[in-house]
Ligand binder design. Structure first.
Ligand code: ZN
Length: 169
């Protein structure tokens, strides 16, 4: 029973995470969360009985910076581009980052201006725009979809019935 999943809501009631009953009960016991739904009855100890939570809400707001600004790292860019050079389409591990509009021409270090490029393509493009270099991007770079915890909670493979009203439909 203490291994059952529990939906954790932020103070704002936004789904935040999934944890186990064991962890949820510690949070409740420490007054760091309140129980919103009891889905699993009770656990009895020698002299008390504890409700087994199915949904809890945190007492204070947890900031989720990655939801606002997902950090741009080399690896995140390579992942987004599926380790494919965005100019020649080669799938290769040895990739570099290319600023589509070069930095010295005020190209920004943003999801929309940074792509994966193999070394030969990066050299060939040099400090030019793709058009100037006669090269074409396979696809226009974009910010990856937010696949943060909200998404995880909504797509948890075994959501419990008590969670439904707290999850996006
Ligand atoms: Zn290439």
């Amino acid at each position: 029973m203490i291994e059952l999943p529990v939906l954790v809501l932020n103070q704002s009631y936004e789904p935040l995470n999934i944890c186990r009953v064991r962890r949820a009960m510690v949070l409740l016991y420490q007054n760091k969360a309140e129980m919103l739904e009891n889905g699993s009855g009770f656990i009895h100890s020698a002299n008390r009985e504890f409700s087994v939570p199915s949904v809890i809400r945190l007492a204070s707001m947890i900031r989720r910076p990655h939801r606002m600004v997902r950090k741009i790292t080399r690896l995140e860019i390579f992942r987004r581009d599926q380790f494919t050079c965005q100019y020649c389409g080669r799938q290769i591990r040895q990739l570099t980052l290319d600023h589509v509009l070069p930095r010295y021409r005020n190209g920004q270090h943003t999801w929309e201006n940074v792509v994966s490029a193999c070394v030969p393509c990066n050299r060939r493009k040099a400090g030019r725009t793709p058009a100037e270099a006669g090269m074409r991007l396979i696809c226009q770079p974009t910010r990856p979809h937010d696949d943060g915890l909200f998404h995880i909670a909504a797509h948890y493979p075994h959501p419990r019935s008590e969670w439904q009203k707290y999850l996006p439909s």
